[in-house]
Each structure stands twice: as structure tokens, then as C-alpha cells.
Ligand binder design. Structure first.
Ligand SMILES: NC(=O)c1ccc[n+]([C@@H]2O[C@H](COP(=O)([O-])OP(=O)(O)OC[C@H]3O[C@@H](n4cnc5c(N)ncnc54)[C@H](OP(=O)(O)O)[C@@H]3O)[C@@H](O)[C@H]2O)c1
Length: 304
């Protein structure tokens, strides 16, 4: 049987690296991953924001399934550069969606809990999006581009991610650990204690995506909007207290800041309801405390 041709955009990123690893374990799939500024021998380097080259690239690669993970995902960067964010998060997504529709490819678009305003959690797959910042707006516009172009699609919304990283600062979650390490000699570290987050392990998301694609092989009508999320609710301050246990950092030196964070406005609690996946048996949950030792050891000095 011919191997299924799968494309993963953003395969040099925090999430994309784990999707690539997980998908490569399926023998029946031929997986191609893309990178932009972080090339690697296993990856194809392409500027997805260059729409002409993007189309050429897709025409040559001919994927049957596209996992579109590449994005500008830093809310403060998006807020400062809405045009650049729009180009990648919306323009590129619209182009990929149009190509997928024209070539009967199944498109899986990775989106975010930041499409919601965080005032009425939990959010279901049919809850009304109301993004508060430029990043959330661009990701919602990407969703709309997929919904309007494609019949055969899945949109997977996920919340704040952490996982094996090239450096602790790569994820907003492990960046908290870095701030504790940086403060080793000083008296106190103040950490945000306002927004309720659901930190989600990139390996779990990658596994869920793999399950979704395998499920669709058995159930060709499987499509739509889905949510995946870690189960544990915590503020960044509460995450810092858990990191402190692992880093032998004195907890009394961590002070909560109960104000909303500075910079781009954030949702207070955008908890995602995951029942559209769990109800069909798709799930993968690793507890935060269980994942931390491996994440902090940075097993991924692994640059793929
Ligand atoms: N991280 C989170 O907490 C979080 C939360 C919710 C949703 N998400 C969503 O999850 C997805 C993956 O996020 P992530 O955390 O893995 O992001 P990331 O670590 O910042 O990775 C972004 C990826 O996009 C690629 N990229 C950026 N500009 C590009 C361009 N012009 N052409 C080609 N590739 C380009 C990057 O390539 P290079 O690095 O090689 O330049 C990288 O592979 C995104 O869609 C994001 O919106 C993330």
C-alpha cells in the first residue's frame, strides 16, 4: 500500500517538533516537516508567508493531509506587528486552505483558546469566539479562512503549551522556571496570579493529533472543530510553586501578582471543554508534576 503523504508546517517549533516525532512513528505515513529560520537536515525550509513559493511547494509536495502548526503565537509580538501576524496567521492559512480544498487534502489547523474572551468558561467547540488581542483575532481569522474554504478539515484549539524545549524560555510555562533560575541569588520573584491556565504538554497534543488522523482513516466523515487541553487549572504563580519544588527554590521567595499581566490583553479563564474528542475515545493526559522532571532536564538538547 502507498504510504500516506503528510505535511507538518512549523515542524521546527515547540509543538511541531513533537507532532513530527509522533507522526514519524507510524510506518504507513510519509511525513514532511517544514522550518523557516531554524532549518534542520530532516526539515524542508520554506517561507510560508511567501504565497507564490508556498503554492509551488505544495504543488511539489502534494500532501494528502496537512497539519498546519506554523504561526506567530506570541501575543505581545502580534500586538506590535499585526500586519506581519496577519500575513502568516491568516494569509498563509487561507492559501493552504484553498490548496487543500482544491486538491482534496484533509487540513488540520492548530488554533488557540485565545479565540475566546475568558469570561464564561468552559468553552465548547460551538461557543462564540470573541478574541481580546491581535494574536487571538488572527487565529480566529485563520479558522474562518479554513471554514470558508474547506469541507474536509479539523480545527484543533489548544491552550498554553509546554514540553521539551530548545531552551526553557521557548514556552511561556517553562519560562517561569527560567525566571526562578535567573533569580537564584536575589530575594524574591513576582509571578502573575491572575489568569487561570491549563498547561498542556506538547507530547499529549501530538498524540491526540495522531489519534485524530488515525480515527479519520477509519471514519472518513470525521471533521469539525475540536478542543484539547490539560486537565489541571493553575495560574502562573501556582505553576511557579510547583517548579520551585523541582528546583529547590524557596517557595516563600515567590510572590503572587494578582493584577492582569501587562501587554496584550489576555483572557482570564479560557478553559476548553474537550468532550468532542474524549466522547469518541481520543485522549492523552499527562499530569503537570509528572511531566516536569523530563522537561526540566531538557532531554531535548535534541535539536531534530
Ligand atoms: N505555544 C503555545 O503556548 C500555544 C498555545 C495555543 C496555541 N498554539 C498554536 O500552536 C501552534 C504551534 O505553536 P508553537 O508553540 O509550536 O509555535 P513556535 O514554537 O513559535 O513555532 C512556530 C513555527 O512556525 C514556523 N514559522 C514561523 N514563521 C514562518 C514562516 N514565515 N514560514 C514558515 N514557517 C514559519 C517556525 O519556523 P522557524 O522556527 O524555523 O522559523 C516554527 O516552526 C501555533 O499555531 C499556535 O498558534 C500555541
Amino acid at each position: 500500500m502507498k504510504a500516506k503523504n503528510i505535511l507538518i508546517t512549523g515542524a521546527s517549533g515547540l509543538l511541531g517538533r513533537r507532532i513530527l516525532k509522533s507522526f514519524n512513528e507510524v510506518k504507513a505515513w510519509k511525513v514532511t516537516g517544514t522550518a523557516h529560520t531554524r532549518p534542520a537536515p530532516e526539515l524542508t525550509q520554506v517561507d510560508l508567508a511567501d504565497l507564490e513559493h508556498l503554492t509551488d511547494f505544495l504543488d511539489k509536495a502534494r500532501p494528502e493531509i496537512i497539519i498546519h502548526s506554523a504561526a506567530e503565537r506570541r501575543p505581545d509580538v502580534s500586538q506590535r506587528d499585526p500586519e506581519g501576524t496577519q500575513r502568516l496567521n491568516v494569509g498563509t492559512t487561507a492559501e493552504i486552505a484553498a490548496w487543500a480544498a482544491e486538491h482534496d487534502a484533509f487540513l488540520v489547523y492548530i488554533s488557540t483558546d485565545y479565540v475566546f474572551d475568558g469570561t464564561t468558561p468552559p468553552y465548547h467547540v460551538d461557543s462564540l469566539p470573541n478574541p481580546l488581542n491581535s494574536y487571538g483575532e488572527s487565529k480566529r481569522a485563520g479558522e474562518v479562512a479554513v471554514l470558508s474554504a474547506c469541507e474536509e478539515y479539523a480545527i484543533l484549539r489548544v491552550p498554553i503549551l509546554y514540553g521539551l524545549a530548545e531552551s526553557l524560555g521557548e514556552s511561556a510555562v517553562t519560562a517561569i522556571a527560567q525566571s526562578l533560575l535567573d533569580a537564584a541569588g536575589s530575594t524574591a520573584v513576582t509571578v502573575e496570579n491572575w489568569a487561570v491556565r491549563h498547561p498542556t504538554l506538547t507530547d499529549d497534543v501530538a498524540d491526540v493529533l495522531r489519534q485524530m488522523v488515525l480515527y479519520r482513516e477509519e471514519h472518513p466523515t470525521f471533521k469539525g472543530i475540536f478542543h484539547w487541553s490539560g486537565k489541571e487549572a493553575m495560574t502562573k504563580y501556582e505553576m511557579a510553586l510547583i517548579f520551585a519544588e523541582h528546583l529547590n527554590f524557596e517557595k516563600s521567595r515567590i510572590l503572587p501578582d494578582n493584577r492582569p499581566p501587562a501587554g496584550a490583553p489576555r483572557p482570564k479563564n479560557s478553559q476548553l471543554d474537550t468532550s468532542s474528542l474524549t466522547s469518541i475515545g481520543i485522549a492523552k493526559h499527562t499530569l503537570f508534576r509528572e511531566a516536569l522532571p523530563r522537561i526540566l532536564q531538557g532531554e531535548e538538547a535534541e535539536k531534530i
